[in-house]
Design a protein. Structure first.
Lengths: 216, 165
C-alpha cells in the first residue's frame, strides 16, 4: 500500500460497478470462492493457506495495535480467518477483499475486547505504579530497534496516549496510521460514514499532536 | 501559510516514525515461527469446521431402567395418595366422635420447693379448642372432682386469688 498523508484522503474502496477488484488478495479470494461453490472444499482450503500467508502479518499488526495484547491479537486474527473461510461464499467480488477482511478483523477484535472486559470484571487488573492504567496497555517486551529510534520514553508516552483514545478514535487511528487505509476504506470496514471517520481521525490526531512531537 | 505546511509535514514525519515503531513492536511479538504456528492452527480449525459433528452414544449402562422409574414410581405415587386419604379421613372421624371438647394436658407439675420458686412453675397445658367459656369451666370442674385440690395450686398461683385462705 502506498504511503498516505496524515489526513488520509483517498478514493473510496468500491470498484466501479461490474468491475472485479484486482488486488492479489481479491484474486485469491475469488478463486477460493469458486472452488468452495463447486464443492471442492479441500482445494479451497489449500488455496486459503496462501491467502492467510498473504494477509497474516498485516492483520496481526492491526489487531495487536488495537488490542495491545499478543494472545488476544493472535486469537482475533485466527477467528477472523476462520470466519472468512466459512463465509467465503458471501464475498462480493466487486469489492476489494481487503476491505471485507478488515471489517471481519475489526469485529473479531471487538469481540476479543468484550471477552476481555467480561474476564476483567472478575479479576482485579494489575496496575502500574506510575500510571493508573492497566499494565496490559503498555508494551511488555524489550524495546525493538524501531522503538529505540523513536525514543523509549516517547514511544511509551505515545502508546499510552493512543491506548487512552476513545474506542472509535483508536480504531480509526489504527486503521489509518498502522494499516494505512483511506477514510473510504475505513468507512466500509467499520460501517461509519466517511465524514464520521474523518472527524474521529481529526480528533485523534489533535489529541496526539502533543506527544507525537512538541514542535508539531 | 508556509508554517502550516511545515507543521503538516512534521506531523506526517512523526506519524511515519510512529507507524514504523508500531509495526516493529507488533513484529517483535510475532516472529516467523509464530506466524507458522498460527497458520497451522487456522488450518486445523478449518479442517475441524469441515467435519460433521460427531454424536456420542449415550452410555449403555444408564440406558436401562433407572431406579424409581416406571412401575415402581407408580407404586410410590399410589402409596402417597393413599396415606394422604387415610390421614384426612382419620382427622374427620376424630372431630365427629363424642366428647370433642378436649383439653390435652400434661400432668400438672407441682413445685416441691418454696413459694418463690413455685411462682416460676407454669403448668404445661396445651389447650386445643374450647367452644365457649362454659366448656372451659366444665373442664375445670371435672378436674376438681377427679383430682385433689393440690393439683390446682398452680392455677391459683396464676390467678392471684386466695381461695384456700
Amino acid at each position: 500500500m502506498a504511503r498516505r498523508t496524515a489526513a488520509g484522503a483517498g478514493a473510496p474502496p468500491q470498484a466501479k460497478t461490474g468491475e472485479v477488484s484486482t488486488s492479489p488478495a481479491s484474486i485469491l479470494a475469488s478463486e477460493i470462492k469458486q472452488l468452495a461453490a463447486s464443492g471442492e472444499r479441500d482445494q479451497a482450503r489449500e488455496r486459503f493457506g496462501a491467502l492467510v500467508a498473504l494477509l497474516q502479518r498485516r492483520a496481526l499488526r492491526v489487531a495487536f495495535h488495537y488490542l495491545r495484547n499478543p494472545a488476544d491479537a493472535d486469537e482475533a486474527v485466527q477467528d477472523a480467518f476462520v470466519k472468512v473461510f466459512l463465509h467465503i461464499e458471501q464475498y462480493r467480488e466487486e469489492l476489494p477483499f481487503d476491505v471485507w477482511f478488515s471489517r471481519i478483523l475489526v469485529n473479531a477484535s471487538l469481540d476479543r475486547l468484550k471477552a476481555r472486559a467480561r474476564q476483567q470484571r472478575f479479576v482485579a487488573p494489575a496496575v502500574d505504579e506510575h500510571d493508573e492504567r492497566s499494565v496490559d496497555y503498555l508494551p511488555t517486551t524489550e524495546p525493538s530497534s524501531e522503538r529505540k529510534l523513536l525514543g523509549r520514553e516517547r514511544w511509551a508516552r505515545v502508546s499510552r496516549e493512543v491506548a487512552a483514545l476513545p474506542d472509535r478514535q483508536r480504531l480509526v487511528f489504527t486503521l489509518s496510521q498502522v494499516d494505512e487505509q483511506t477514510p473510504g476504506e475505513i468507512a466500509a470496514a467499520t460501517g461509519m460514514s466517511p465524514a464520521t471517520v474523518r472527524v474521529h481521525l481529526f480528533r485523534a490526531l489533535r489529541r496526539l499532536r502533543g506527544v507525537l512531537g512538541e514542535h508539531v | 501559510m508556509r508554517s502550516r505546511e511545515d507543521s503538516e509535514a512534521r506531523l506526517n514525519e512523526a506519524l511515519e516514525a510512529y507507524r514504523a515503531a508500531a509495526h516493529a513492536d507488533a513484529d517483535s511479538h510475532f516472529d516467523e515461527r509464530a506466524l507458522e504456528t498460527q497458520r497451522a492452527r487456522i488450518m486445523a480449525r478449518l479442517e475441524q469446521a469441515g467435519q460433521r459433528a460427531r454424536v456420542l452414544p449415550f452410555p449403555g449402562a444408564s440406558a436401562g431402567v433407572r431406579p424409581g422409574s416406571g412401575h415402581s414410581r407408580r407404586w410410590i405415587s399410589a402409596a402417597a395418595a393413599a396415606g394422604l386419604l387415610i390421614g384426612l379421613v382419620t382427622g374427620q372421624l376424630l372431630h365427629v366422635m363424642p366428647g370433642d371438647n378436649w383439653v390435652h394436658r400434661d400432668p400438672v407439675r407441682l413445685s416441691p420447693g418454696p413459694a418463690s420458686s413455685r411462682l416460676a412453675v407454669v403448668p404445661a397445658i396445651v389447650q386445643t379448642s374450647f367452644d365457649s367459656e362454659d366448656a372451659l369451666l366444665d373442664a375445670i370442674d371435672a378436674a376438681i372432682t377427679q383430682r385433689g385440690s393440690s393439683d390446682l395450686r398452680a392455677y391459683d398461683d396464676l390467678t392471684f386469688s386466695e381461695p384456700w385462705k
